[in-house]
Design a protein around this ligand. Structure first.
Ligand code: OSB
Ligand code: MG
Length: 368
């Protein structure tokens, strides 16, 4: 496929409610939407880098820089035959996974559309529906959290993830379990603890959690292994597994029993699939993490989550959990069994509404 033109847009969209983790509070989504135009078709991708380097060292501005100065010049006005070809062209770029992923997604969307297959099918997906869960940020009070959980349960979310940090953990969980003794519940600390908190973290074993996500530092594997050997609750890694080799190390060390795969964090769909395949071979279940994506990133997440070893509910919620109005049609909705349908149309399988995209665009650059 000959790459004629690439468009970058920095967009900003307000969340229906602010999202707070141990890393800080966010009121709106900032993302880069990539559009690749080939001879006759276009494809979309979403860069999930945030405004600040908290979750990852990448930011919207570093991604914009790496995309425009390094990634786009490699592929613009070039013939890129297939996704594998693109991956080898991008090999000289070290790190900057989120920037690379956005281009790869846009290319693969166009590639799947040319072949008239859904992204799910192209990737080897086996599900028509994927299990949806909801991630709930740190709230002003436990009462607010309990209300929020009740609300989402009413909307058919079957798995609840609660963000935790020191001072917002044990007492909160005690009350959550008091109110909802049987729900499928997990927590995510985004690296807020250290191994010195071992005794404290062991107390979480009491609450029958599906898993504890990223309790320790973002670059730690060794202490996670020590912690996992001393906790019953399965540890799931997110920040600590940015690629296949760290995933292999984590599994070999026993740092976790579950892997969260985010397409952006690991550098694209093909790398996500490699990690999926490795985990499947090792009998380690995976699930799809989220970065509060717009409908474009959401479509990509839904597609990858249709692969067979995505065995646990995903951080993929309906469009209206994040935004008043999504930039795609139809928006993603949750079924009464707590699932989301996998689009069957070619590529990402949803239509990007360009006038809505235009409305949320803060900055735009076209490369020809
Ligand atoms: O750690 O999983 C995380 C959002 C931004 C950054 C990090 C994380 C998250 C989420 C959101 O938990 C999950 C979602 O998109 O619904
Ligand atoms: Mg996480």
């Amino acid at each position: 496929m000959f790459i004629e033109k690439i468009e970058l847009r920095k967009i900003q969209m307000e969340y229906v409610s602010p999202f707070e983790t141990s890393l800080g509070r966010e009121y709106h989504k900032t993302a880069i939407i990539v559009k690749i135009e080939t001879q006759d078709l276009e494809g979309f991708g979403e860069c999930v880098a945030e405004q600040n380097p908290r979750y990852s060292y990448e930011t919207v501005e570093t991604a914009w820089h790496v995309l425009s100065q390094f990634i786009i010049p490699i592929i613009l006005k070039r013939n890129v035959e297939n996704p594998e070809n693109l991956l080898s062209m991008l090999k000289p770029i070290r790190g900057h996974n989120m920037a690379c992923a956005a281009i790869e997604e846009a290319f693969i969307d166009a590639y799947a559309k040319v072949r008239k297959v859904s992204l799910s099918k192209l990737l080897g997906g086996v599900k028509n529906r994927i299990e949806s869960g909801v991630s709930i940020g740190i709230q002003e009070s436990v009462d607010k959290l309990l209300k929020s959980i009740g609300n989402y349960l009413e909307q058919n979310y079957h798995r609840i993830k609660v963000k935790i940090k020191p001072q917002w953990d044990i007492e909160v969980l005690e009350k959550v379990r008091e109110a909802y003794p049987d729900i499928s519940l997990m927590v995510d600390a985004n690296g807020a603890y250290t191994i010195n908190d071992l005794n404290h973290l062991q107390k979480l074993d009491k609450y029958n959690l599906l898993m504890i996500e990223q309790p320790l530092d973002y670059d730690d594997l060794v202490y996670h292994a020590e912690l996992q050997s001393k906790m019953k609750t399965p540890i799931c890694l997110d920040e600590s597994v940015p690629n296949l080799s760290s995933t292999q190390a984590a599994i070999k060390l026993g740092s976790c029993k579950i892997i969260n795969i985010k397409v952006g964090r690991v550098g694209g769909l093909q790398k996500a699939k490699q990690i999926h395949d490795y985990c499947q071979e090792k009998g380690v279940p995976v699930w799809c993490g989220g970065m509060l994506e717009t409908g474009i990133g959401r479509a990509i997440n839904v597609a990858i989550a249709s692969l067979p070893n995505y065995k646990l509910p995903n951080d993929i919620s309906a469009s209206d959990r994040y935004y008043k109005e999504d930039i795609v049609e139809p928006p993603f909705q949750i079924n009464c069994d707590g699932t989301i349908n996998v689009p069957q149309m070619p590529g990402i399988g949803v239509d990007v509404i360009e006038e809505r995209l235009e409305k949320v665009t803060k900055k735009k650059r076209t490369f020809t």
